[in-house]
Write a protein that binds this ligand. Structure first.
Ligand code: CP
Length: 318
């Protein structure tokens, strides 16, 4: 694995999942792998799980992890080629990234979309510019359109909890929110689950909340949430803003929030969410505090996903 920015960087999803689960069973098995290696974790946006789990994963592999909150503590970066930097940006990525490339062995970056210009966000300029100019492997800690470490975590969590000898039915269910949120987690979950190919996958959302077909890959899509939930083994709850009329909120009807009553339609489904979650807006207390929620297990698996990815990169790059 050279970089890790989407499912396309992974040759064998199941092998990576098994590697992560092996680290879960034996966290320090490869303690020597990262000796004298350093990872720089750059955050242009806030984070709790991604930041801490990546740091722990790196330390489990013997690496030093340095966190830099570029968005709040660093110089404002410019990403456009041939920019005339007479505005608010102070340093061009083509000057900064090669320096990160000298300081670190792996560069990990979190950026969010603007949600103002779809073409710009979906061009993934920020992460592509870091790949172009850093000269070292780049790991996405969430980009403008995808959150691959979250999606790997989600498949790890499904793999370790589903023991029946059949495909699980997995439903990605849109939920209300008070703010327009990126499509990253939903895009990425769809991309990984369809690439994995080991589930019956259904996406349910209100009208006008279509995701990019680039990521849904022909998944079954319905606006009827009750129909989607029927016999589901997993319900992955997530809000996203509109993709077509980009970055808007069209729907906030609380009837889209998952409740225990709706869960009765499912096959006693386990409920997932990437967190953070707005309680009683996106997901009800009764679900989050009830026996079907596996959100804490899911978040704890972020460590093993990150460790498996960093290990692959370290092994490839010596
Ligand atoms: N799920 C997730 O990425 O959480 P953080 O934003 O806290 O990192």
């Amino acid at each position: 694995m050279k970089n890790f920015v989407s499912v396309h960087d992974v040759a064998d999803i199941d092998a990576l999942v098994q590697k992560a689960l092996a680290y879960k069973a034996n966290p320090f098995a490869d303690k020597a792998l990262g000796t004298n290696k350093r990872i720089g974790c750059l955050f242009l946006n806030p984070s709790m799980r991604t930041r801490l789990s990546t740091q722990i994963a790196a330390q489990n592999l013997g690496m030093e992890a340095i966190i830099f909150n570029v968005g709040s503590e660093g110089w404002a970066l410019e990403f456009e080629e041939e920019a005339i930097m007479s505005g608010t940006t102070v340093e061009h990525v083509k000057d900064a990234a090669p320096i990160f490339g000298k300081y670190f062995d792996i560069l990990a970056i979190r950026t969010f979309p603007s949600l103002k210009n779809r073409e710009d966000d979906y061009s993934e300029l920020y992460i592509k510019q870091f790949i172009r100019y850093a000269g070292i492997p780049v790991v996405s800690l969430e980009s403008a359109t995808l959150h691959p470490l979250q999606s790997l975590t989600d498949i790890i969590t499904i793999s370790e909890t589903f023991i029946e000898k059949r495909k699980p039915k997995i439903v990605l269910s849109w939920a209300p929110h008070v703010k327009p949120l990126p499509q990253c987690v939903a895009n990425s979950f769809s991309q990984w689950i369809t690439a994995w190919g080991q589930a019956d996958f259904v996406i349910t959302h209100p009208e006008d909340y279509e995701l990019s077909p680039e990521f849904t890959n022909g998944a079954m899509i319905t606006h009827n949430q009750n129909e989607a939930l029927k016999d589901a083994d997993y319900v992955y709850v997530k809000n996203w803003s509109t993709f077509n009329d980009y970055g808007k909120i069209y729907e906030s009807d609380p009837k889209w929030m998952l409740t225990n009553k709706k869960l009765e339609l499912t096959n006693n489904a386990r409920v997932m969410h990437c967190l953070p979650v707005r309680r009683n807006v996106e997901l009800s207390d009764e679900i989050l505090d009830g026996p079907n929620s596996i959100v804490t297990q899911e978040a704890s698996n972020r460590v093993w996903a990150a460790q498996a990815v960093l290990s692959e990169i370290l092994k490839r790059n010596g």
